[in-house]
Design a protein around this ligand. Sequence first.
Ligand code: MSP
Length: 525
Amino acid sequence: MSKTFYITTPIYYPSGKFHIGTAYCEVLTDSIKKYKKLRGFDTFMLTGLDEHGQKIETVAKKNGLSNQEHVDNMAQEAKKLWKLMDIDYDYFIRTTDEKHCKAVEKIVTKFLENGDIYKGVYEDWYCMPCENYFTSTQLIDGKCPDCGREVQKMKEEAYFFNMKKYESWLKDFYNKNPNFIVPESRKNEIFKNFIDPGLEDLCISRSTFDWGIPMPNDKKHVLYVWLDALTNYITALGYMSDDETLFNKYWPADLQIVGKEIIRFHGIYWPIFLHALGLEQPKKIYAHSWIVMKDGKMSKSVGNVIYPETLISRYSLDATKYYLLRFMNYSQDSIFTPEDFVQRYNFDLCNDLSNLLNRTIAMVNKYLNGTIVEYIGSLNEFDKSLEECSSIQIKKFVEKMENIEVSDALKEIWVLISRTNKYIDETQPWILAKDESKKEELASTMYHLVESLRKIAILIYPFMKNTSENMFNQLGIEDESLKCWDSINDYTLLKNITVVKKGIPIFMRLDMDKEVQYIKDNMKC
Ligand code: MSP
């Protein structure tokens, strides 16, 4: 039986249309899932929506819809977008699902029985018109961050989860599992800001609105909102419902992907909730950084928001995914610019990858009538060095993927692509073709080119499935065993491969000025 791999995205607030920041998080998770699947794991990917809370209620009201109608529409929109982006999730959870709500009620009941929850008084800055609390750090110039009006200190009765009780357990857990959160800098931040100063108990309920799961012991209160949200990762697998088969099979999660601003919830409250339930901890949490614009965060009011549909419809899904995954740093925010997008498209995808495929197909047709017969060894230093490069790059690629350094993993593939391009310049097939005595060398050169492209097509599959399939088609590689990971290190497998008569460019050069303008025009206000 193959090893399981359970990976999750955060569940997104359905408060507005998803931009490329949200899409990045989804694509990152999906590409890691596809990579693991390619490596033979029995994978399960969870994504979904965090549908409760005051913010959702406010947006629904603004749109003239009931809360439920609003979240139903948004769930459809999200599923449509993930379909467009070929996201291979296994389950889409919505926190309004009956299965989830029932399981959360049971979880809260268990916490109440264990004495983890107590009733206290919640006090913070309250905005009357928005009917919402804010912490002092959320206020902007001491005013409401949403409407800019005056706020006042308010108190209300609320339920709290006793985090302090688990503080020493949490510290001990991190001592024993120092790599639980990556990158390390994110772990250091939560230690500095929240764990070292001493844990605060977490307020888990509100009585000022009702769009949430009621507290099972006190229906005046609804859960707000992290206990409801975080437990999605286990309720989705059937925890505390009739059927726990998936839970038993996939929990603990192997990798949970979250954004940097929600690492506090995943690095403190989530482990404590799990521990309080007597459950195992996830193996790793990766906190990614943010896509930002030159003028700061993407924001509708600034008019600098990029939606994934804009890029996909004009430049293709694969180019969009490639860019998002390639340009995002492992641990720092990355600035999206239209210029950089077009440049990477032209350099990496068009010049490096597409041209390599096209030149290879043209030469195999011209010099060998389109057919690669078989491997005849590595005949010269160039063949040897290309073979060596491919095995080194595959190894490096694997190392980077296992460390969740996806951008760097893509760079390693592009090292092989550049090396293969250089191999053409070194071997100069057009000269070999003029010399009858170099026939064998020419055949070997063509073999090495096609074989290198086969390996590249396997490597890019988790990120650029369509391009990978297109490459296999053009190269005439039909046999599934030649497309799978197990075959990647073998150099000798191709036999009687006939490439297409005429290569079709997979990426065509873009006009920089025109396309930069196009992207700018489509930054929505
Ligand atoms: N609902 C909570 C998560 C609950 S998980 C139990 C939430 N939702 S969110 O919609 O506000 O954000 C979801 C994810 O999108 C976060 O991981 C966040 O980091 C990510 N992104 C939102 N904007 C982003 C960028 N500009 N760039 C990259 N990711 C960003 O928080």
